[in-house]
Each structure stands twice: as structure tokens, then as C-alpha cells.
Design a protein around this ligand. Structure first.
Ligand code: PMP
Length: 310
């Protein structure tokens, strides 16, 4: 089972770098390699739960409150009673970072409906389960030369099915879009919404810059990323040179193909520039002038923290 068969899930499993250290499961801290979740857990069986990823630098979490507010909203949306409050989650998070002896990294909190009879009926479960893990590095930091994208045929979940603002544990269509990118030999994929406008990537929001106008898809068909909000604040605060205006609203594939600059945003990725989309070079194929300033400003914010108390 561990031989390299060339299958999708054969990479990097031997070292299990991600499983070193300590995890929090239920009510206990345990070695991550030994931490387990029930085979009857409803997030495992049905994706019935919610999650967050939060970046920390120098032991300080970035935008902890905003992430936990989103987690609370996601849980309320699916009628899952979060068994801890924000202060308790912060205690768990700090303790986890301390026990893992990490200064910089990423915290992941997963909330599951919990263990129960294997039927997709939430009343069959006993009690919600909280799992938290930390990683020192993001899993996919090979974007130095720019991110190469395709537009996927897989669409973003429409709000009639599930509100995309909820960050839930089922990413089936995101994985389908990612498979399209892998098949095309590029880094990632843009999912369109049900009206064929641009929505987002499987794990990132997307921005364009055209003649100084910074644009990003508006609320409705996307996860309202916390990095997206932070970048909107940065481009609106008047410190980025060359920004004519900022626009949240519909973007079409043509807007991507014609853009001077494109960048993507997310907790794991930070701000990364896009060098190519559907075989078209974006600008010069290098970091554009506005994207470069946004990347630097975002890094400064993460480094020095807002929400420093958290
Ligand atoms: N969109 C999707 C679908 C995501 O899963 C994520 C985060 N993983 C993002 C956008 C970015 O959100 P944030 O900036 O809050 O990490």
C-alpha cells in the first residue's frame, strides 16, 4: 500500500510530517499520529460539520475573532451546537501552539456533528466533536513563480444548495475542480458560479487588476474569505499606489483573460500572484505592481498582527 503507484494519494505519505506533534481531539491533547476519530463520525461519513484555518505568527493568531465568528455562523447554519465558546477555543488554540513549540504556522479547527448511527440523520449522533491541529508550514507553498490556473467546468455550489458563506466539511466539487487542474498540469482552478461568472478557487478567493481598478467577485456565490476582507481593507486604505477604485461584483471569464494582474487570497496561501490562466499569460507573467504592494502589505499585517491580543 505504501509503494509509489503513481496514484493521486501516493505523495509524501511516508514521512507523515503533518502528523508530528500534538493534536486536540474531543477533550484531550494527544500525539497527533495517535489521535483518532470514530469510524462512525458523521463528518467522516457525511461531511457533516464545519472548519476553519487560522494563521499565527510569533504565537499570535491573525483575525482569530473573525474566524471563530465564521465558524459559529457555519455551525448555526447547519444547526450544530458548538460545545465551546470563543474564549475556550482560544485557550485550546494557545495551548496547542505551546505544546507543539511553534511560533509560526497554521491552526485548523474542525467541528463534527460527532459519532452516531450511520444514517444521514443528524439526530442519530451523540455529541459534537472538536478537533484541532497545527502545522508549521502551509502544504502548498510553491507559488514563487506565480500560480497557473484554468477555469474549471465544475461550478461552485450555488446558494440554493448550500450557502457558500458557510465553511462546511464537504468539498466534493472543490476537489473535482482541483482534479481538473491536476489533469491540465496547472496549479489550481477557478470555479464559476451558476451564472457562469467567476466565483473562486477550491481554497482561495480571486482578484483582478485592470487599468488600476481592483475587482473581486461580490458576496453571494463565494466563501467570504478573511484574507479577502483584509485585502479589501488594504486596497481601500489609500496606501497602495496606482489603485483607481475597488469594485466587488460580477466578473466574467473575459475579465480574467483581459486582466493586467490577477492574485488569489487565502489563509494558507496568503496573497499569491497568478502568472497564467487558460494558457494566457497574465500581464508580463511576473508579479504586477499593485499585486506586489498588496503582498507586502498583507505580510506586514500578518507579521505584526491585528487582533494581537488573541
Ligand atoms: N474560498 C474557499 C472555498 C476556501 O476554502 C477558503 C479557505 N480555505 C478561502 C476561499 C479563503 O478564505 P480565508 O481567507 O478565510 O482563508
Amino acid at each position: 500500500m505504501t509503494a509509489d503507484t503513481g496514484s493521486l494519494n501516493s505523495q509524501g505519505l511516508a514521512a507523515r510530517e503533518y502528523a508530528k506533534g500534538i493534536a486536540f481531539v474531543g477533550e484531550n491533547f494527544k500525539p497527533a499520529a495517535e489521535a483518532t476519530v470514530s469510524v462512525f463520525d458523521h463528518s467522516f461519513l457525511y461531511g457533516d460539520g464545519a472548519f476553519e484555518s487560522i494563521v499565527f505568527r510569533h504565537g499570535r493568531f491573525f483575525a482569530f475573532d473573525a474566524h471563530i465568528d465564521r465558524l459559529v455562523d457555519s455551525c448555526r447554519y447547519i444547526k450544530l451546537d458548538l460545545p465551546v465558546d470563543k474564549a475556550q477555543l482560544l485557550d485550546i488554540a494557545h495551548e496547542l501552539v505551546k505544546r507543539n513549540n511553534l511560533q509560526h504556522g497554521f491552526l485548523r479547527i474542525v467541528v463534527s456533528r460527532g459519532e452516531g448511527y450511520p444514517l444521514s440523520d443528524p439526530r442519530k449522533t451523540h455529541a459534537p466533536l472538536i478537533v484541532a491541529t497545527v502545522q508549521g508550514q502551509p502544504p502548498n507553498k510553491k507559488t514563487a513563480g506565480g500560480v497557473r490556473l484554468i477555469i474549471a467546468s465544475t461550478r461552485r455550489t450555488s446558494p440554493e444548495s448550500l450557502d457558500p458563506r458557510a465553511k462546511l466539511n464537504n468539498y466534493g466539487n472543490h476537489i473535482m475542480a482541483k482534479l481538473e487542474a491536476i489533469g491540465a498540469g496547472v496549479d489550481d482552478a477557478v470555479m464559476l458560479d451558476r451564472n457562469a461568472n467567476v466565483a473562486e478557487l477550491p481554497g482561495c478567493n480571486i482578484f483582478t487588476v485592470s487599468r488600476g481598478i481592483v475587482s473581486t467577485p461580490g458576496a453571494g456565490n463565494i466563501l467570504l474569505g478573511i484574507t479577502r476582507e483584509t485585502v479589501l481593507r488594504i486596497v481601500r486604505d489609500g496606501t497602495i499606489q496606482g489603485v483607481a477604485s475597488v469594485h466587488e461584483g460580477a466578473l466574467s471569464p473575459l475579465d480574467l483573460y483581459a486582466a493586467d494582474e490577477i492574485f488569489v487570497t487565502g489563509t494558507g496561501t496568503g496573497v499569491a500572484f497568478v502568472s497564467e490562466i487558460d494558457g494566457r499569460k497574465v500581464g508580463s507573467g511576473q508579479v504586477g505592481p499593485i499585486t506586489g504592494q498588496v503582498m507586502a502589505a498583507y505580510d506586514r499585517l500578518i507579521e505584526h498582527g491585528d487582533n494581537a491580543g488573541a
